[in-house]
Write a protein that binds this ligand. Sequence first.
Ligand code: N01
Length: 561
Amino acid sequence: MMQAPSGRPEIDGRQFDVAIVGAGFAGLCMLHRIRALGLSARVFEAGADVGGTWYWNRYPGARCDVESMQYSFSFDEALQQEWSWSERFAAQPEILRYANHVADRFDLRRDISFETRVEAAAWDDERGLWTVELSTGATVSARFCIMATGCLSAAKMPEIPGLGSFAGPSYHTGAWPKEGVSFSALRVGVIGTGSSGIQAIPVIAAEAGHLTVFQRTPNYSLPAGNAPMSPDYAASWKAAYAARRQEARMTKSGAIYDFSERGALSVEEAERRREYEARWNKGGANFMHAFNDLAVSQEANETAAEFVREQIRKIVVDPGVADALTPRDYPIGAKRICLDTGYFETFNRDNVTLVDLRADPIEAITPTGVRTTSADHVFDALVFATGFDAMTGALLAMDVRGRDGESLREKWAAGPRNHLGLMPAGFPNLFTITGPGSPSVLSNVLVSIEQHVEWIAECLGFMQVRGLSVIASDRDAEDRWVEHVNEVAQRTLYPRAASWYMGANVPGKPRVFMPYIGGVGRYREHCAAVAAAGYEGFRFDGAPAVADRSQDDDRPMLRTG
Ligand code: N01
């Protein structure tokens, strides 16, 4: 970008209809849709290129856990027909290539400012504008501000004494170096056994001289069953895309699985085992849909959990290691289920050691490695697979201020609050895509992104043709929605695990179940009903942008940039 004489980018002082924060899949999709409304938009992205999650998470083994044929955009028929996936579950480089393809195909880059972080955004009631402050020193304004910041984008380093004192290189899985890392012949320590650690550990173990895994909580993990994409399978999906995408939109999780109509306890034990075995052998998250009550009945859930524990005992040769790797104290699925390729098998390797932090906690990171109660572990490199300040972290990293200077950080001090997972009351014209209070991380997120993008775009279109300039959510509606989100979560087993869904991985973060678990299909219907009823729970203010309403239907009225 050319620099203005002041040294600030020439974008300084410009006004847009819409400011979009983030150029991951949500930001790209939103920008494309905003352009179709004839509005001006600018996307601000901290990374040097598009891709969001898939730009930052380049750790070895990074791979999607939703099947490739379903983890892609549906908004453009030519796009979904022309793109070919090489594997059942695509790896990070291929998904990043897809994000780049989308950006190129729709010529999106020209409206994106890269290496530009949004530091603050403040609403000005009199001007009906958001003022957005950027890390480059520039300030822009926009009538609407759309947060496409991602739910797992604020990497979380653990709070361990001595962090930063390690003399060798250290890496967080969620901010992996672009140029890659060689662990060849090195002594490597990995802290964390969530989805990222579970994917990275087998790949690092195959390369490293020695790998030590520090595990605090054992995790349930299922074999991914990844394989090269079968051309016939891809073709069958492409031929039926219109119907299958529609079907996926109305499912609970935004993806088509082999859903069961049966409860786990309604069948004999032998039948239950046959069902679990078939799904385990086929691989993927279909296992979690073997019976329809695994997320709500502790007794039913225990049958699936015990099946997985048995598999761990079968795979891991050393009974002590198997025992330490076995999760027991929370329901399967209540923490995000992991999919792996050879994770438990990795602990049979001679060059891999498991340190059970429940028995031998970390005391400190030292210049040479990690000190636990019983030993000093010496490393050449350290990997932190310690997760994210999920769902709210990226939003609250910015100083967002609504009406009368109300701070979003203060508003959400006891947990996120908004109406429909889309707009916090007191923050007019500010939308979040797949934020807290929406199905987001519990769903095939591309389906949820498209649903939010479409809802927001239709709302802006509704305002355009009516000459409305400001939309704000009602506090009453917000209260009701937050209550509903909590109430639905309490009917499930999810709150029984100390998960990042609950904010439990961040010391001091309120323990609130953040995503909406009522299901993607039901949520979609609810959002559509709200819009059909004239945006129930939202209020429109502001004078019409033009006097003559007769031409509203075919003329964009919010264009300012
Ligand atoms: O992060 P996590 P993640 N000392 O929070 C441990 C998505 N994702 O990056 O469980 C020691 O799940 C922590 O221990 P504990 C997916 O939604 C998807 O792995 O808190 N250990 C845990 O083991 C996923 O759920 C894909 O006791 C510490 C680990 O670090 C989400 O991202 C791939 C510690 C963090 O696990 C996050 O996954 C990757 C400490 N102080 C990610 N602090 C796919 O699509 C934390 N830990 C497949």
